[in-house]
Design a protein around this ligand. Structure first.
Ligand code: 0X9
Ligand code: ZN
Length: 315
């Protein structure tokens, strides 16, 4: 209806108009950036929040899957908290990290879920070999692409990996953006829903685990414990993506971890555990976002203890 808020889910136009207001209101600590253009020609936008130089970097990728509306609702709520909260924990979190937040990566898909099909997941680029539309953007990164049945080669499938890695302009653009800032990024968080899970690499195989798997599990436990400590806190389970969910190759976090050296790379699957699934009622937005905030604070504290927030390079 044109007005932005967290008592409802917002359209892309509402999110972008709100982002402009935020950028105008906090010019000294925010910066607008563009990841690139979508297939249908929309701009994929992001916001950098930085209170001081030489902070460790945290990159948040959100709404890569179109129907996962709770992700952009949570990402925008976090942006607002980082800029407006007077709570000490939030101030520490906001001011001692550099935040790169992309609230909506799959812009065409989000518009499609608002206007045509609430359950749409993929991109909106047509196929050369089928009348089915779209690719699973979280199977389109160039890392173990299509391996071990972690993606489908059927253009009609919900987990279609695409005709080739980076076939989707949104994902090619995101990969180039990640590469451009990777020396400044210590932690990548990819927001998804639903199931209440923290998923580490690897996605392409459950036969092997990453070298720092034990550290990543400690980090996930910190998130889960913090969320559970809230009065209304829910339960998060954790493990490797392929180990506790299903093989998924070519996902953002695996590409960032395997190919770009982002040592802490997590998929966070938000509320709920299936009662409402993707159609999560808006009353969950703020509780879910509060869980994400306290969880991310604990996750980053643990990352710091384990030595993952050291600067990768100085500029
Ligand atoms: O299948 C996915 O892409 C994610 N689940 S969702 O229900 N949001 O679609 C999980 C991805 C986790 N796997 C890897 N990171 N490889
Ligand atoms: Zn998802």
């Amino acid at each position: 209806d044109g007005s932005f808020g967290w008592t409802k889910y917002n359209s892309l136009a509402e999110i972008y108009a709100w982002l402009d207001e935020i950028l105008a209101a906090y010019p000294s600590v925010t910066e607008s950036f563009e990841v690139g253009q979508s297939y249908e020609g929309r701009t994929i936008r992001g916001i950098k929040i930085s209170y001081k130089s030489n902070n460790p970097g945290v990159l948040i990728e959100s709404n890569i899957h179109a129907r996962e509306w709770i992700t952009s609702a949570t990402a925008t709520w976090l942006i607002n908290e980082f800029l407006t909260s007077t709570d000490e924990l939030v101030r520490d979190l906001a001011e001692n990290h550099d935040w790169y937040i992309v609230p909506v990566l799959n812009v065409d898909g989000l518009v499609y879920t608002h206007e045509k099909d609430r359950m749409w997941r993929k991109t909106r680029q047509p196929s050369d070999i089928s009348s089915c539309i779209g690719v699973d953007p979280n199977r389109n990164y160039d890392s173990h692409w299509m391996e071990n049945e972690g993606a489908s080669s059927d253009p009609c499938a919900e987990d279609y990996g695409g005709p080739k890695p980076f076939s989707e302009p949104e994902i090619l653009a995101m990969s180039e953006f990640v590469i451009s800032i990777k020396d400044k990024v210590n932690v990548l968080l990819a927001f998804h829903s639903y199931s209440q899970l923290l998923l580490s690499p690897y996605g392409h195989t459950k036969e092997e685990f990453p070298p720092n798997f034990d550290d990543m599990m400690e980090v996930a436990k910190a998130y889960g414990d913090a969320v559970e400590s809230l009065p209304y806190g829910t339960v998060y389970r954790y493990g490797s993506a392929a180990g506790i969910l299903y093989p998924a190759s070519g996902a953002t976090i695996d590409w960032a971890y395997n190919e770009q050296g982002v040592q802490i790379s997590y998929t966070i699957e938000f509320r709920d555990t299936g009662r409402y699934g993707f159609i999560l009622p808006p009353v969950h937005i703020i509780p879910n976002a509060e869980e994400a905030l306290i969880g991310i604070a604990a996750l980053l504290e643990k990352c710091k203890d384990l030595g993952y927030l050291a600067l990768k390079s100085t500029f």
